[in-house]
Design a binder for this molecule. Structure first.
Ligand SMILES: NC(=O)c1ccc[n+]([C@@H]2O[C@H](COP(=O)([O-])OP(=O)(O)OC[C@H]3O[C@@H](n4cnc5c(N)ncnc54)[C@H](OP(=O)(O)O)[C@@H]3O)[C@@H](O)[C@H]2O)c1
Length: 256
C-alpha cells in the first residue's frame, strides 16, 4: 500500500501497533513527546520519526492517536486546524461525538485494541463515523487486521467490550498465577507451568473458536463421573467462580 500512516503517541499500545505495521512494511510517520520511545523504529527505512505532531498529521493519509485519555484533549486541540484525513483514536472513553466537538472534523474512527496487539493477536473493536468512505474503511480494516482480529460494534457497547477484552488479559493473568502456584505446589517447575498453561490456553481458545461448541459442553466432555476434573470444578464453584468472573466484567464495564 502506498498510503502513509501517522501514529501520534507511541507508548505501550501505540508503539505495539506501530511496530506491527512497521514490520509489515507500511510507510509510517511516528510522533511522540519524548524521543526515547521512537529509537527502536530507526532501523526501518520506511518509518520517519518526529516530535512535530502537526507535521505528522499533515503528511499522513491516516492518523492514529495513541495518547492517554487525560492527554487527548490537548493533542486534539493542537491538531484540529491541520486535520483533513481520517483520524483513528484508541483513547479509552472518548466518543466519536466528543472528538467531533473538539476537532470539527467528521472522518473519525474509535477503536479499542487489547494488549495481545504486542504479538499480533489483539481483539479490537471499532466504530466508524458515517463520513468515513467505503475505500477509507477498507484501508483501516486492513491496518486493524495487521495486529489481530477486529469487529465493528456500536458505540454503546464499548464499555462492555472494554471490560471483556481490555481488562480480561489481567483477569486471565491472575488465573494463570493461581494455576501455576497449584502446579508448583504439586511438584512442577515454575517455568514449565507457564509453558504448559499458555499452550493449554491457546488450545482451549482454538477449540472454542473452531468447534463453536458451548463452553459448558466442552467442560462436560472432559468431566468423567467421579473423576479429577469434576472434583476441581467443584472446588472452583465453591468459590462461585463463574459468578465472580461475571461480576468482575460487570464492575469493570461500569468503570470503563
Ligand atoms: N495499554 C492498553 O492496554 C490499552 C488498551 C486499549 C486502549 N488503550 C488506550 O491507548 C492509549 C495509550 O495508552 P498507553 O497505555 O499506550 O499509554 P502510554 O504508554 O502512556 O502512551 C502514551 C504515549 O503518548 C505520548 N504523548 C503524550 N502526549 C503527547 C503529545 N501531546 N504529543 C505526542 N505524544 C504524546 C507519550 O509520550 P511520553 O513518552 O513523553 O510519555 C506516550 O509515549 C490510551 O488512550 C488508552 O486508553 C490502551
Amino acid at each position: 500500500m502506498d498510503k502513509k500512516i501517522a501514529m501520534i503517541g507511541v507508548g505501550n499500545m501505540g508503539g505495539a501497533i506501530a511496530m506491527a505495521l512497521a514490520k509489515k512494511g507500511y510507510s509510517l510517520i511516528l510522533a511522540n513527546r519524548s524521543l526515547e520511545k521512537l529509537e527502536k523504529f530507526k532501523s526501518f527505512d520506511q518509518v520517519k520519526i518526529t516530535q512535530d505532531n502537526r507535521k505528522a498529521c499533515q503528511e499522513a493519509d491516516y492518523i492514529f492517536i495513541g495518547v492517554k485519555p487525560n492527554q487527548a484533549d490537548k493533542l486534539m486541540n493542537e491538531l484540529k486546524d491541520v486535520l483533513q484525513k481520517p483520524l483513528i483514536s484508541m483513547v479509552m472513553g472518548k466518543s466519536l461525538k466528543q472528538m467531533e466537538d473538539i476537532l470539527h472534523h467528521k472522518k473519525l474512527v474509535r477503536i479499542m485494541p487489547n494488549t495481545p496487539a504486542q504479538v499480533g493477536e489483539s481483539m479490537t473493536a471499532a466504530a466508524f463515523s458515517k463520513e468515513v468512505t467505503v475505500e477509507e474503511r477498507q484501508d483501516i480494516e486492513e491496518f486493524l487486521g495487521v495486529f489481530g482480529a477486529y469487529k465493528e460494534i456500536s458505540e454503546d457497547q464499548f464499555s462492555a467490550f472494554c471490560a471483556l477484552c481490555g481488562c480480561m488479559p489481567a483477569f486471565i493473568d491472575l488465573f494463570i498465577e493461581g494455576a501455576s502456584d497449584g502446579g508448583v505446589y504439586c511438584g512442577l517447575k515454575r517455568q514449565d507451568t507457564y509453558e504448559f498453561l499458555s499452550q493449554t490456553l491457546k488450545g482451549v481458545a482454538l477449540l472454542l473458536d473452531e468447534t463453536k461448541k458451548h463452553p459448558g459442553v466442552l467442560k462436560d466432555e472432559v468431566t468423567s463421573p467421579g473423576g479429577s476434573t469434576i472434583k476441581g470444578v467443584q472446588e472452583l464453584e465453591k468459590g462461585a467462580f463463574r459468578s465472580l468472573v461475571s461480576q468482575a466484567v460487570i464492575t469493570s464495564a461500569k468503570n470503563s
